[in-house]
Design a protein around this ligand. Structure first.
Ligand code: SF4
Length: 230
């Protein structure tokens, strides 16, 4: 093996050189995939989102079935009511979930990443919207390269409008697990949301829009702690 000696800097050359270790990301226009794993992924997209968007609306004995009422310090899970002193159970559940995650990953691969991680699920939904509005991969590449026109502007506006609506609905649903969702819907309709509710709806909505619409695989590469474990 040939070794290259390190050259000493020329005398008097004390110029500082900055080397960037970050490679700017190029926009990826992915191809559609079909097959058994893609079908499983869509199954989990439907299953997880039906639970997420639907469960908040489920009534149970005169109240919301799942509600984390921070003000009253009570967490309602169907018939179960948890108080702050019961947090030990939640801690135990989280520890078991984390260990199960590692076990399943070791045995069967990255099932969580591939099928149920919110980042995967929302990226899949956002890409589906993108395909419906802008076409398949080659059509999207042509659209990217084309100069701005009324047609291009219309497609972009429709795509971002749909992404934005879905993101806001996601933020609204998230907050609906902490404020009774029917009450929250009334507050939205009468434009009388409180500052914290407004903040969290927008924050969660923006996070969904940014992560699933733009950052996508960069979240896995640079931000996710689970990817580091892998
Ligand atoms: S690496 Fe992290 S963000 Fe990406 S899919 Fe896996 S768990 Fe989700």
């Amino acid at each position: 093996m040939k070794t290259i000696p390190i050259q000493p800097a020329p005398p008097g050359d004390d110029e500082e050189i900055v080397v960037s270790l970050y490679a700017a990301q190029e926009k990826i226009q992915s191809r559609s995939v079909t097959g058994v794993f893609a079908r499983w992924r869509w199954f989990f997209v439907w299953a997880t989102q039906l639970v997420f968007y639907g469960l908040a609306w489920l009534p149970w004995n005169g109240r919301q079935a799942v509600l984390f009422d921070l003000e009253a310090r009570r967490f309602y899970l169907f018939d179960l009511i948890l108080y702050p002193q019961d947090f030990i159970y939640l801690t135990g559940l989280l520890v078991i979930s984390a260990l199960a995650l590692f076990l399943f990953t070791a045995v069967a691969g990255r099932l969580w990443c591939g099928f149920t991680c919110p980042q995967t699920v929302y990226t899949e939904i956002f890409m589906w919207i993108e395909r419906r509005v802008e076409g398949d991969r080659s059509a999207r590449l042509r659209l990217d390269a084309a100069p701005m026109s009324a047609a291009k502007f219309g497609k972009r506006a429709l795509k971002h409008g749909l992404w934005g609506a879905l993101s806001l609905w996601t933020g609204f649903t998230f907050v609906g697990y902490f404020t009774p969702i029917r009450e929250l819907a009334g507050l939205v309709a009468s434009l009388s949301l409180g500052p914290w509710q407004t903040f969290w709806i927008l924050f969660y909505g923006l996070a969904t829009y940014g992560n699933a619409g733009f950052l996508r695989e960069q979240v896995c590469k640079y931000m996710c702690p689970y990817a580091r474990f892998q």
